[in-house]
Design a protein around this ligand. Structure first.
Ligand SMILES: NC(=O)c1ccc[n+]([C@@H]2O[C@H](COP(=O)([O-])OP(=O)(O)OC[C@H]3O[C@@H](n4cnc5c(N)ncnc54)[C@H](O)[C@@H]3O)[C@@H](O)[C@H]2O)c1
Length: 325
């Protein structure tokens, strides 16, 4: 049956993929995005153009931290079956420079959307959260019941608050909530502030490749299509659940550079820099809960995923090479 969904952050890396998949399944999507310049807006415009070609997509350029503006979107739209909140300020290191914009979007913006779900009778809320919440002290692989009381960055702290508000609105108003903790997402048209996009660009352009630390830190890199499938699976009614979406295959930065060198047939000129204290040292997801609740498992290996990313970069190199990383 065709459903109406509201996806925030729809011009973003993950939001545009989730929107594309929902539209491909025949659903109608209202996308909300404020098109901010946290990174080069050309990437957001590129993703948005592709969505605007699809007939069941409606776009509202609106800021979720603006209570009045976002209420207008709900008031003028159809009855939504769910809100998928993927809009966020998402950079770990940038959050240390300006924590306030993280509070505005990730906390106030999430609260505004929850309040509107209550007022407009939207029964389901999906919230994007992050593996950054696990910090540096939990045993790995990280399980959802781990202690998340020691966030290393304002970004992680803001997501912790968003999770708590989502729980509260579930408790008080019976809104069904799935919180998804994503583990380092990568893929075509990804964020230019993230390591794999940067490595592809830097190796591709023959410029020095900055590796913070010795390159042995690991990330549970997860391909964007797997994340989008898992996010849509998260629409299932669950009460209130927090669920990891990761690849369960931690890979070192050095290993990813080797794969990219091979795909681009170019050698990286590596320069080492200091590790940022707000960056978690390693991540690894326990994904048994996602499998049990949603029958979800990642399908794309890091090797396959990097083939798609490199191919996208080559096809779009004329403008992607100009993006600031
Ligand atoms: N990419 C990852 O590795 C990763 C990992 C963990 C969690 N997440 C979470 O997943 C979600 C999507 O991340 P992404 O990587 O696609 O980031 P992204 O920055 O590409 O997408 C977020 C989108 O939200 C929009 N946005 C930001 N503030 C807004 C506001 N106030 N009002 C309306 N729109 C606003 C941005 O313009 C952007 O297009 C975020 O919640 C992020 O915290 C991402």
């Amino acid at each position: 049956m065709t459903q109406n969904y509201l996806v925030t952050g729809s011009a973003g890396f993950i939001g545009s993929k989730v929107t594309e998949f929902l539209l491909n399944q025949g659903h109608a999507v209202t996308g909300v995005d404020n098109m901010n310049d946290a990174y080069d807006v050309r990437l957001k415009e590129w993703r948005l153009r592709r969505l605007l070609e699809k007939p069941k997509f409606t776009f509202a350029q609106s800021d979720i931290s603006d209570k009045v503006a976002v209420r207008m979107v709900f008031a003028s739209g159809p009855e939504y079956q769910a809100v998928i909140n993927l809009a966020a300020r998402a950079g770990v290191r940038q959050s240390v420079e300006n924590p306030w914009v993280y509070v505005d979007t990730n906390i106030t913006g999430t609260l505004n959307l929850l309040e509107l779900c209550k007022d407009f009778g939207v029964p389901k809320f999906v919230l994007a959260s992050t593996s950054s919440l696990y910090g540096s002290n939990n045993p790995q692989p990280f399980t959802e019941s781990a202690n998340t009381d020691s966030p290393l960055s304002p970004y992680a702290a803001s997501k912790k608050a968003a999770e708590a508000f989502a729980y509260n609105y579930h408790f008080l108003y019976n809104i069904d909530v799935t919180v998804l903790r994503y583990f380092t997402v990568y893929g075509p048209a990804g964020r230019p502030d993230m390591s794999l996009f940067r490595f592809v660009k830097w190796i591709g352009e023959g410029v020095p490749v900055l590796v913070n630390g010795d390159g042995r830190q690991t990330r549970d890199f997860t391909y964007v299509d797997d994340i989008a499938r898992g996010t849509i699976a998260g629409l299932k009614p669950v009460g209130y659940e927090i669920v990891n979406l990761g690849s369960d295959t931690p890979t070192t930065l050095t290993e990813t550079i080797k794969i990219i060198e091979h795909l681009l047939e170019k050698k990286a000129k590596i320069v080492h820099g200091p590790i940022h204290p707000a960056d978690v040292p390693s991540t690894w997801a326990n994904i048994s809960k996602a499998e049990k609740l949603f029958g979800w498992r990642p399908q794309v290996s890091i090797e396959q995923g990097l083939i798609h990313l490199v191919q996208w970069y080559r096809e779009n190199q004329s403008w992607a090479s100009q993006l600031s990383t």
